[in-house]
Write a protein that binds this ligand. Structure first.
Ligand code: FES
Length: 281
């Protein structure tokens, strides 16, 4: 049994603003019944189309989904559209006191529905919002963009946390290695740089040594965890030729891993102009 705050229980048992506004000024719809949660949010605006005067929701989901949707409508009523656009999933959780971490995805769904409604108002697009970016978790249709966003906005460090916030990784588990790499990359980019400074000019031997060390320290552990491996084949000027082994060699996402993870790490720790290529068979 989840440990819910009194406010979550209140908004679940007495949800505010349930329903659908007829001829609403805008509508946002997210989730799918196949994934277990869905939310439709409709908004009525003032005459100038700047302020939210009414908000209603329909949801198919658990107690947290109902409480989060109810809280969202209470938060945004009376707000300008510009202010509402800044509401985060953490604002929804804070309004409710807190949500169990395993249920934070309900607050994320609320924020996504609000974004979809605002996008509908600004662009005229309706229907279920397609989030930009490559789908990483096919079980739940979660994109790389969404995973990066929940990591950044909620300072996540573990794959389990990502699953709690956006469900990615919570099905077959096939995407968990990819989520791990997105975590590493996103958090590395967010950290204030306290890495060893890159030397100005390297001899060929120094460059090879640094590339080898970076692969061993920063890259290989993550690939091995995912059933793969990497070998340095050659270095020709700024070209770094590597071979992917094990699960990585047949992974359809290997071009992305090569550029966004391996090349990014080598540029971070060795030299900005390195270009990583896979060995031709
Ligand atoms: S692909 Fe993400 S859990 Fe199955």
């Amino acid at each position: 049994m989840w440990d819910y705050t009194e406010k979550v229980k209140d908004h679940f048992l007495n949800p505010r603003n349930v329903g659908e506004i007829e001829n609403a000024d805008c509508m946002g719809e997210v989730g799918s019944l196949a994934c277990g949660d869905a939310l439709k949010l409709t908004l009525r605006l003032d005459e100038k189309k700047e302020k939210i005067v009414d908000a209603k929701f329909l949801t198919f989901g658990c107690a947290s989904a109902i409480a989060s949707s109810s809280a969202l409508t209470e938060i945004i009523k009376g707000m300008t559209i510009d202010s509402a656009a800044k509401v985060t999933n953490q604002d929804i959780a804070d309004y409710l006191g807190e949500l169990p971490e395993q249920k934070m995805h309900c607050s994320v769904m609320g924020r996504e529905a609000l974004e979809a409604a605002i996008a509908n108002l600004r662009t005229g697009k309706t229907g279920v919002v397609e989030l930009e970016g490559r789908v990483v978790c096919t079980c739940f249709g979660v994109t790389e963009t969404e995973i990066e966003r929940v990591i950044k906005e909620n300072s996540l460090t573990e794959v389990e946390q990502v699953t709690n916030y956006c469900k990615a990784g919570g099905g077959c588990g096939g995407c968990r290695g990819e989520i791990e790499r997105i975590l590493l990359r996103t958090n590395a980019a967010a950290k204030p740089t306290v890495k060893p400074s890159k030397p100005g000019r390297l001899t060929v031997m120094q460059k090879i040594k640094m590339i080898d060390e970076t692969i061993a320290r920063e890259i290989r552990p993550s690939l091995v965890q995912d059933g793969g491996d990497i070998e340095l084949v050659d270095v020709e000027g700024s070209r770094v030729i590597v071979a992917l082994r094990g699960a990585c060699s047949s992974c359809p996402a290997s071009p992305v891993t090569m550029k966004d993870f391996i090349q990014a790490k080598l540029r971070e720790f060795v030299a900005d102009d390195l270009v990583v290529e896979e060995e031709k068979q």
